[in-house]
Structures are given as structure tokens and as C-alpha cells.
Design a protein around this ligand. Structure first.
Ligand code: BGC
Length: 720
């Protein structure tokens, strides 16, 4: 009961309704045409220096702390405008309604760079229409344990997949004149106790698992902003972690944007200033005049340090156009039908068909007279997880309506347990289930159970597993739809189900996409961006995790910020090291429930004619795999060809295989297409002795349509 009250209390704050400061920030977004004048032909650097030279110390310090929760200070005297931020990854969260896109984990299940780019572009456009120049996303923390309350907001368990998909998303947003903020740097892989959980991770694991998506976001995507995380990393809070914010980000990766704090993740003044934090949000609690001036006077920090932060901020704002345009751009629409179409296409391509016994799916409209829908999610369909990713959408199609739209009025659709989360079947319900042609159970989490600020349970909440089991006992044509931000316990109920679809949180058109997939108007093509295990203990990472992830406490969530005296950090060792997700299942030969990269289709594909341009290469050289993908069935569809690399001899233990390439191929029935996949020098490398390098020897290149279904393999030799 206490748990429920805390969840409700926090979720009200997070949802931004009523008088919360998130909603209030909307009021501040009046249009303004305040902007500084620059001399013709000035470079960005010259513009920055010209503004900086006119600013007083007080004005500079003021700019280092946020304003009204989502704003970055301007300087009225110099006509430097304020800049506004918004959450984030699945749409524009703040300032009223917006298009709700599928959550990033669902977008990762599409394995589509194009759709991730289009989603980014659409979100960027809505930002511009609302007057926002900084998007506080995308989130790209690695899916380390299935219960992390924010996995839905990230792009799955694989660093290569996340890297490949985050880049087009960033390019899409930034192409519209909006800065992206990749978050949360680093190792915020759990929301169980994010202010105190010190992630202890060795260097190689950071480099191979937890850094690559951030590195790609910065170097390939060109993200102009990075958000540091709440948690300490290797004993030092991320916001004051110089190794991370200066060493890794700026010195190793050449990042030249700005580092923004997560909301209340700053715990002191001197550390963050020196470490490389540029902006404290939502306000300058530690980066303010009262705190910084004494440090300046004592010479502990210098004005040059402050100037550099202003340079980082203003360079990004000038480059993106935020200092040379009106706040709102009328050429972009806040509501755009095309954005809803992009969201719908994302949802269609995100539904993963995991089980389809006797090809019960797609359902045949002609043979159906009675459908029974079970579960709260059928009507109150969760379109997004809770917290700062949650979008208040314009329209929303729930699952019940999506199914209704697929069948004629003559088909009887009955609903059970759609009003209540916890429910016990009555005799009348049992009769309905028994007599139905098909039963569709919409199981999963609501945005209160699966949300930022806490972890969720491994088991389905509200005894929904019992409902599924009762239904399968009464009617073998029971299909389960799983709305969740990742894997859940399925082993106890999966066996007798007829079909299972993972439907994530699909945004405002969830019901339409699900209806279309169920009835075959859309052929499912998505693949899991994470491993689904049979048992909680099957993951190596859960062995190094908390015992009861879903247990929540007031102190962990909303207790006071900062002071280590109150918030004594405790250490969580990432002892599984590289063995995250399929890397562990494959290396330790553990059978997953559904493997990484897996997803069925209503057609079948073959991978043929696999050849390699060279079977041996010298260090630094590339080669190319060619192959043909064939749609052997009678329905058009898409296949995701995946390339994994197995290093046959290595001086250090490496995961059995790792994803290093993929391509999504759309094919008509009977059609074949030739594709090529490059093998680049970095695909063979691992991190050893402080650097990335490949060791000479034999590599096996594995091609398939999941991490466990390998259709062909090739041998490649790397020579010195
Ligand atoms: C979240 C961030 C988010 C920020 C602003 C924090 O609670 O961790 O991801 O961007 O709030 O809403």
C-alpha cells in the first residue's frame, strides 16, 4: 500500500500534470525575437568570444544554472536569448501535447536506421514548432538487467545495435536545428537507487559495453550535448567525474559540445566545475554565485574554467541556430499528420512475433465470430513507460479499438478484466473464454509500474500470469500481447499459449499497429534487441544485482539530494564484466527463452550465396560479405540479416560472438535481393592494455536472422 502511494505520488510529479514545474515551464515559452547582432562573416568562435567578452562574471555564472526547470539563461542586456529544453526520446514531452512515438527500445526492435532517422526528424520538427532548441534525449544506457525501470527508454543490450541506431536518430533531430542530449553518461543501468548506486565497472567493460553508443553518438552522430547520470561511477559521482567528462568525452573522443547535468544530479560545486560539467539543471543549486565566488577568490577554480563552459554552451547554441532565430518556427507543425504516420510505421515494425503455434496468426477474419479480450492493457493501453519519457499524445488508439477496426460489426468482441488491473475470473468469464474463437490477453505493465525512478518486477504484475494460465486452460487459442520495456518471466505460462507478441510501448498508434499485425495486414519483421531468459538467474548480470528490484522506498526516490552524509553511496559491482545479454548466454551455453535478434514472420526467408571478398586481410584492411536474401513464402515481408563475429584465438577472454553488422531487407513474396555487409578493421578489435586492437588469427563470420539461428559461416584470417 505504501509502495503504491509513493508510486502514485512520484508518477503525478513526473507526468507533469497539474501544477508541476514541468507544466509551468510551458507558460514561459512565449515567442521572442531577442537575438544578438553579429558582424558579417564572423565564425562561430568569433561570435562566442564577442559575446563572452561583454558578459560580466555574474552573468556567466548565472548561465551555468538552469531556469524554471527547463530553461537555460540568456542575458537580456546583451540580447542573448534564453534556450529551452524538453524531454525526450519518444516525442516532445513538455509544453503540451505532442506525437507519441514508440519508445526507443521498440524503435531498436525495428532494426531500422531509416525509421530511427525519420522519428528523430519528426521530433526535431515538433521541438521547433514549440520553440525548443535542446532535446533531452535520446537515452542509450545498456539494458543490463531486465527490470531496470528505464530500459524502455534505451536501445537494448547490444552496444553495436544501439550505436548504429542512435546515430541516425541524432542526425534526424539535429538536422531540424535542435540539439540532442545523449544520456545518461554513464552506467545508469538501473533506477533502483540511482542517486546512491555506485556502478563499479572495469575499464575494458566500460569501453566494450557501456561506452560505444555514447562514443558513436558524439563522434558519428555529432550530438552537441551529453547528460551525465545521477550515479557515481567507480566511486565518483558522474557529475564530478573528471575521467568521464573530460578524459573520455573530450580528450579521448574529441567532444566539443556541452555537458548538462541530470535533474538534481549535482552534489557539490568544486568537483563538477573542475571535472567538466557545463550546466547544472534544473537550477544552479551548486553552480551559483554564492557557491562559486568564494572558490574563485581562493583560486580553487578560475574564471577561465567558467569561460570555457560558456564557450561550450554558446558554441552549440550558435551552431544550431538558437541565437539567430525566433523561438517558435511557424514553418513546422506542432501537430502533423505525417508524424503520426511515422509513429505508426515505427509501431508496425516494432512488434516482435515470438511464438506462433500452428500458425494461428495471422487471424483469419472470415473464421472469427467471437473474440475475447482480457486485461487492463487492452483498453488502457500503455503507450509509453512512466517518467520523463512519457508523452501526452493528441490521439491514442488502444488495443481494443485497433482490433475492433479489423473485423466487421458481426464479430462479437467481449472484454474481461479491462477495467481493473487485478482481477479474478467469474464463471461467466470462464464461459465466454471457453466459447471464444480466439482469446487475446493484453498483459504487461502500466506507466506507473514501469517507470523512471524505480525498477519493475521480473514477474508480470497483478497476477496476470494467473489470468494467462487460466485462459490457456480454458481455451487453447490464447494469444498473449506483452506490453513491457523488456523481458519478463514467461517460463511459467508460455507453454500452453498459442502465440506471443512483444508489443513494448508503441506510442499513440499502438492499437492500430497491433490490430494490423494480428490480422496479417502487416507482416511482423521486428527482432528482439535484448535476450529473453527462462529464469531470472539465467542472466549473469542479475547475479550481481539487488535481490528484490521492484521494492521501492521513499528515501531512495525522493529523499534529499546531495550530501553523502544522507545519501551514502553503496557499490554495485558489474562482476559479469562483458557477459551482458547474449554475450553471456552464448558464452556459457545457457538456453534463452527467446534469443537476442529473434523474431518470426508470416513468411520465411533464406540466406543464400554467401561469399567473402577476401579470406585473409592485413591489419587495417577491410573486406566485404555478399549474400542473397530470398523471401520463400507467399507474403511480402522484411528480414534482418545479422552478422556476428567469433574470434577463434584471443589472448583475453572474449564473448563467444558479437554483433558487428546488420541489414533490414524488404522483399515481395518470392523476391530475392543481394546485399553486402562490410567487415571493417574495428569489427575485429577488442580493448586491451588501454587501447583497441585486433589480434592476428582466425575469425568466424556468422550470418543469420538471430543470435542463435546462424544460416552460414565464413572463415577470415587476420594477418600481421
Ligand atoms: C531524468 C532525465 C530527464 C530529466 C528532465 C530526470 O529525472 O533522469 O532523463 O531528462 O529528469 O526531465
Amino acid at each position: 500500500m505504501f509502495d503504491k502511494r509513493i508510486r502514485k505520488y512520484v508518477s503525478d510529479i513526473m507526468s507533469g500534470e497539474k501544477n508541476s514545474s514541468f507544466a509551468m515551464a510551458a507558460l514561459k515559452l512565449e515567442d521572442s525575437s531577442t537575438m544578438p547582432t553579429f558582424k558579417d562573416g564572423q565564425t562561430t568562435e568569433e561570435k562566442v568570444e564577442s559575446l563572452l567578452s561583454q558578459m560580466t562574471l555574474e552573468e556567466k555564472i548565472t548561465m551555468l544554472g538552469g531556469k524554471d526547470n527547463l530553461g537555460i539563461h540568456g542575458v537580456e542586456r546583451l540580447s542573448i536569448p534564453e534556450v529551452w529544453c524538453t524531454d525526450a526520446s519518444a516525442g516532445v514531452r513538455c509544453y503540451g501535447r505532442a506525437t507519441a512515438f514508440p519508445v526507443p527500445l521498440a524503435m531498436a526492435a525495428t532494426w531500422s536506421k531509416e525509421l530511427n532517422r525519420k522519428t528523430g526528424e519528426a521530433i526535431g520538427e515538433e521541438c521547433r514548432a514549440k520553440g525548443v532548441s535542446v532535446l533531452l534525449g535520446p537515452g542509450i544506457n545498456i539494458y543490463r538487467v531486465p527490470t531496470n525501470g528505464r530500459n524502455f527508454e534505451y536501445m537494448g543490450e547490444d552496444p553495436y545495435l544501439s550505436s548504429e541506431l542512435v546515430v541516425p536518430y541524432i542526425q534526424g533531430v539535429q538536422s531540424r536545428g535542435v540539439i540532442t542530449t545523449v544520456k545518461h553518461f554513464a552506467c545508469n543501468n538501473s533506477d533502483y537507487d540511482r542517486h546512491r548506486m555506485n556502478s563499479e565497472v572495469d575499464e575494458r567493460t566500460l569501453q566494450e559495453i557501456y561506452f560505444p553508443a555514447f562514443k558513436a553518438a558524439v563522434q558519428k552522430g555529432g550530438s552537441k550535448s551529453v547528460m551525465c547520470s545521477y550515479n557515481p561511477v567507480n566511486g565518483v559521482y558522474a557529475s564530478e567525474n573528471k575521467d568521464l567528462l573530460t578524459g573520455v568525452l573530450r580528450e579521448d573522443w574529441g567532444f566539443d559540445g556541452f555537458v548538462i547535468s541530470d535533474w538534481t544530479c549535482v552534489y557539490s560545486s568544486e568537483g563538477p566545475v573542475k571535472a567538466g560539467l557545463d550546466l547544472e539543471m534544473p537550477q544552479g543549486k551548486y553552480m551559483n554565485s554564492k557557491k562559486l565566488r568564494p572558490l574563485l577568490e581562493k583560486g580553487i577554480i578560475t574564471e577561465e574554467m567558467i569561460d570555457n563552459k560558456i564557450r561550450n554552451l554558446m558554441k552549440a547554441f550558435i551552431d544550431i541556430g538558437a541565437y539567430s532565430r525566433n523561438l517558435k518556427d511557424p514553418s513546422f507543425n506542432e501537430y502533423d499528420d505525417n508524424h503520426s504516420k511515422i509513429s505508426l510505421q515505427g509501431a508496425r515494425e516494432a512488434v516482435v512475433l515470438l511464438k506462433n503455434k500452428n500458425n494461428i496468426l495471422p487471424l483469419n477474419k472470415e473464421n472469427l465470430k467471437k473474440i475475447v479480450l482480457i486485461g487492463f492493457n487492452a483498453v488502457n493501453t500503455t503507450s509509453c513507460g512512466g517518467g520523463s519519457c512519457g508523452i501526452k499524445s493528441y490521439d491514442k488508439v488502444n488495443i481494443a479499438d485497433g482490433i475492433r477496426a479489423m473485423v466487421s460489426d458481426a464479430v462479437q468482441i467481449s472484454s474481461i478484466a479491462t477495467e481493473k488491473k487485478s482481477y479474478r475470473l467469474t464463471d461467466a468469464d470462464r464461459k465466454l473464454i471457453k466459447e471464444a474463437d480466439v482469446v487475446i490477453v493484453s498483459a504487461g505493465f502500466s506507466s506507473v509500474e514501469e517507470s523512471e525512478c524505480w525498477d519493475r518486477s521480473w514477474k508480470l504484475p497483478f497476477d496476470q500470469d494467473r489470468l494467462i494460465k487460466e485462459s490457456t486452460t480454458l481455451n487453447s487459442a490464447t494469444i498473449v500481447l506483452l506490453s513491457a520495456g523488456g523481458g519478463v518471466e514467461t517460463e511459467s505460462w508460455l507453454g500452453d499459449t498459442a502465440a506471443l507478441l512483444h508489443t513494448f510501448y508503441l506510442g499513440q498508434n499502438a492499437g492500430t499497429a497491433i490490430g494490423e499485425v494480428l490480422f496479417g495486414e502487416v507482416n511482423p519483421s521486428a527482432k528482439l534487441p535484448f535476450t529473453m531468459a527462462k529464469k531470472w538467474d539465467d542472466f549473469e548480470s542479475t547475479k550481481n544485482y539487488v535481490k528484490k528490484p521492484e521494492a521501492i522506498s521513499f528515501m531512495r526516490i525522493i529523499g534529499p539530494q546531495g550530501s553523502n552524509a544522507i545519501r551514502k553511496p553503496w557499490t554495485l559491482k558489474y562482476s559479469e564484466k562483458l557477459m551482458v545479454g547474449y554475450r553471456h548466454f552464448d558464452s556459457a551455453k545457457v538456453e534463452p527463452q527467446f534469443p537476442f535478434g529473434f523474431g518470426l514472420s508470416y513468411t520465411n526467408f533464406a540466406i543464400n550465396d554467401v561469399t567473402l571478398s577476401k579470406d585473409s586481410i592485413r591489419r587495417g584492411e577491410s573486406c566485404e560479405i555478399s549474400l542473397t536474401v530470398e523471401n520463400k513464402g507467399t507474403k511480402a515481408g522484411a528480414e534482418v540479416v545479422q552478422l556476428y563475429i567469433h574470434d577463434r584465438e584471443s589472448s583475453l577472454i572474449r564473448p563467444h560472438k558479437e554483433l558487428k553488422g546488420f541489414e533490414k531487407v524488404y522483399l515481395e513474396a518470392g523476391e530475392s535481393k543481394k546485399i553486402t555487409l562490410p567487415v571493417l578493421p574495428e569489427h575485429l578489435e577488442f580493448f586491451n592494455n588501454g587501447k583497441w586492437a585486433a589480434e592476428s588469427g582466425q575469425f568466424t563470420l556468422l550470418l543469420g536472422n538471430s543470435s542463435r539461428n546462424i544460416a552460414a559461416s565464413l572463415e577470415l584470417e587476420l594477418m600481421d
